[in-house]
Design a protein around this ligand. Structure first.
Ligand code: ADP
Ligand code: MG
Length: 239
């Protein structure tokens, strides 16, 4: 199971406290993230926006436990990441966090169905359940009937929808998507956002996605703007 760290009572899925990340590169010190305080609650559909270099990827990588902070704290479902060992962090990434990347990152030799089943295979979910859940999610993201294809036999927009299916199929607490529409044209980008929004609504999955695309920002319910590693504004839409 997860780990022994006691969970704090909270509806916050993600909580960062004075979160900082400093990179040292060729004698230069880069403050990629400066004491960022951010609370993301269950069910949010939140965009992190900002120009290139503002710290979006750094923030998402830290929340997803793909990177380690140089200062401050991150709690996912009330559990402090810094208190976890490597095994616990790997379990956290596998069981609680779904990732969607700019370049899809599907496994090319596997079929669409096998790509979606993969995490559940690692989790030890049985064959029949794995298959049923994957086919159901593929249907929901509009890819019913394409499950035997290889990723290379799909359009970019379709591949990214496979990535959405893969990210949500095992019921994560949060899905992190780093510029998920960056490689898509505007029609496919809009359709991807609609798919994500539908999964947010129907399945209650919490999404945090980064972008510098205005069309994507418009579709977010909450918009957190980063500038030079700091939160510049944080607005929630009432609709
Ligand atoms: P964004 O995703 O908003 O474009 P990043 O989070 O990638 O921004 O980068 C924020 C800052 O941190 C930039 O100045 C970038 O050059 C720097 N940075 C990011 N990753 C590294 C790294 N691994 N080593 C050195 N500097 C980095
Ligand atoms: Mg980035």
């Amino acid at each position: 199971m997860m780990n022994d760290t006691p969970a704090k009572e909270t509806s916050a899925v993600v909580e960062t406290e004075k979160l900082s990340r400093v990179f040292e590169l060729k004698g230069e010190t880069i403050h990629a993230l400066k004491e960022v305080d951010l609370i993301v609650k269950r069910g949010e559909f939140t965009a992190v926006a900002g120009p290139s270099g503002s710290g979006k990827s750094t923030l998402l990588n830290l929340i997803g436990a793909l990177d380690t902070p140089t200062g401050g704290a991150i709690r996912v479902e009330g559990r402090e990441l810094s208190g976890m060992n490597g095994t616990q962090l790997a379990e956290m990434r596998r069981d609680r966090i779904g990732f969607i990347f700019q370049s899809y990152n599907l496994i090319p030799v596997l079929t669409v169905l096998e790509n979606v089943e993969y995490v559940m295979l690692l989790q030890g979910v049985g064959d029949a359940e794995r298959r049923a859940r994957s086919l159901e999610v593929l249907e929901e993201v509009g890819l019913g009937g394409l499950e035997r294809r290889k990723p290379s036999e799909l359009s970019g927009g379709q591949q990214q929808r496979v990535a959405v299916a893969r990210a949500i199929v095992s019921g994560p607490s949060i899905v992190l998507a780093d510029e998920p529409t960056a490689n898509l044209d505007s029609a496919n980008g809009a359709s991807l956002l609609d798919t994500m929004a539908r999964m947010n609504k129907q399945r209650g999955v919490t999404f945090i996605f980064s972008t510098h695309d205005a069309m994507v920002m418009e579709r977010a319910r909450r918009l957190v703007r980063l500038h030079d590693g700091e939160i510049e504004s944080d607005e929630t839409r009432t609709a």
